[in-house]
Design a protein around this ligand. Structure first.
Ligand code: NAD
Ligand code: 022
Ligand code: ZN
Length: 375
């Protein structure tokens, strides 16, 4: 069938809007009509050419929501008409990783997904008879897409596509990092580095978990107000400080009998390796947990003194907030519908597919929290 798509033709070029061909679903695959998609950093990372694993030409996009149109042979968990969110981290419930209960990184279709292909090793998208690559198993920058059944979370039908698409990446990553990866408890003190589309969701996750002190760190002064909107209790702009950031943060967290200081939990939402170090070192001696969420440039390395870890700090990382998509995403949609979490104010811009490159420009300029393409 003919579908409308934004094609990443080659590294560093704007997306090209065109009509492309999409084949129907094969066994264990599902055709989905995309209703909305967010624009996220990793789309830009790939489009820019900075991602060494990026493939071209491709249909990017991994933060979508839509409706099932047709299912292939053997599909049992969704049917035409179901509302779904595509999952760049699938959940097969059968591979050793899923069965371990220790990770959300399902390995069932990992190899082909990384090669921009469906699990049978072929692409459903083509242009003039030449295949186009899929992206993160989702390719939501097209008004129809084909996904493996295990990469779809079925969600309630009263949830608005233009908002819950954000649960396909940013919301789940931020909230999941707090709940699944860090395991934050009520009364905790936390520091969030980078108050963008991910950091703001970490903040609302911390509020949900009942954290007492939520310190936000950002170089952009406009982020103070943004953070406070979602539960931030203190804001620090490193550019405004006379001295060093880490001792300043450690001092802020000192209270009563505890004169050691440091946060119980810290989160890097910048992707900057020196921020990652500051995040670890501003966590509490003996028990501080620091979670890396930001994706660093290819080849980057992190550093700290081993003493930091020997004295009990823990460095962790998270993909998709540790969420098991088919199980956890529908619950997060419920939290949104029940008013436990907010999404609407973070979607600062919307646009038709035709104007998708504007969404990338807004992200570059730091003017948007999230842009959403509406089909
Ligand atoms: P964003 O650009 O919206 O926000 C980043 C924020 O960090 C901005 O407010 C910026 O001002 C601030 N910042 C930059 N450098 C800083 C510094 N040195 N000190 C303090 N603040 C600084 O980006 P986002 O959408 O929030 O994404 C953040 C990161 O999370 C990206 O690297 C993205 O790729 C990553 N991410 C990871 C996952 C995962 O599963 N691990 C999922 C989604 C996104
Ligand atoms: C999403 N991300 C950043 C912004 N939006 C993002 C990028 C990468 C990962 C998670 C989120 C990620 C962490 C660990 C992995 N990935 C490897 C998973 C594995 O090997 O099992 C990752 C994922 C998908 C892809 C590449 C890397 C892909 O489909 N190309 C989850
Ligand atoms: Zn993303």
């Amino acid at each position: 069938m003919d579908v409308r798509a934004a094609i990443a033709t080659e590294a560093g070029k704007p997306l090209e809007i065109a009509t492309v061909q999409l084949e129907g679903p094969r066994a264990f695959e599902v055709l989905v009509e995309t209703k909305a998609t967010g624009i996220c950093h990793t789309d830009e990372f790939t489009l820019s050419g900075a991602d060494p694993e990026g493939l071209f030409p491709a249909i990017l996009g991994h933060e979508g929501a839509g409706v099932v149109v047709e299912v292939g042979d053997g599909v049992t968990s969704v049917k035409p008409g179901d509302h779904v969110i595509p999952l760049y981290t699938p959940e097969c419930r059968q591979c050793p990783s899923c069965l371990s209960r220790k990770t959300n990184l399902c390995t069932a279709i990992r190899a082909t997904q990384g090669q921009g292909l469906m699990p049978d090793g072929t692409s459903r998208f083509s242009l003039d008879g030449k295949p186009l690559h899929h992206y993160m198993g989702c390719s939501t920058f097209a008004n129809f897409t084909v996904l493996p059944e295990i990469a779809l979370a079925k969600i309630r039908e009263d949830a608005p596509f233009d908002k819950v698409c954000y649960i396909g990446c940013g919301v789940t990553t931020g909230i999941g990092a707090v709940i699944n990866t860090a395991g934050v408890e009520a009364g905790a003190k936390a520091i969030v580095f980078g108050l963008g589309g991910i950091g703001l969701n970490v903040i609302q996750g911390l509020r949900l978990a009942g954290a007492d002190m939520i310190i936000g760190v950002d170089l952009n002064p406009t982020k103070k107000e943004w953070g406070e909107r979602f539960g931030l209790t203190h804001f620090v702009n490193p550019a405004d400080l006379e001295g060093e950031l880490v001792p300043y943060l450690v001092d802020m967290t000192k209270k009563g009998a505890d004169q050691i200081g440091g946060a119980d939990y810290t989160f890097d939402c910048t992707g900057n390796v020196s921020v990652m170090r500051d995040a670890l070192e501003s966590s509490h001696r003996g028990w501080g947990v620091s979670v890396i969420i930001g994706v660093a440039p290819s080849g980057a390395e992190i550093a700290t003194r081993p003493f930091q870890l020997v004295t009990g700090r823990v460095w962790k990382g998270t993909a998709f907030g540790g969420a098991r998509g088919r199980t956890d995403v529908p619950k997060i949609v419920d939290w949104y519908m029940d008013g436990k979490i907010e999404i609407d104010p973070m979607i600062t811009h919307t646009m038709p597919l035709q104007d998708i490159n504007t969404g990338f420009d807004l992200m570059h300029a730091g003017e948007s929290i999230r842009s959403v393409v509406l089909y």
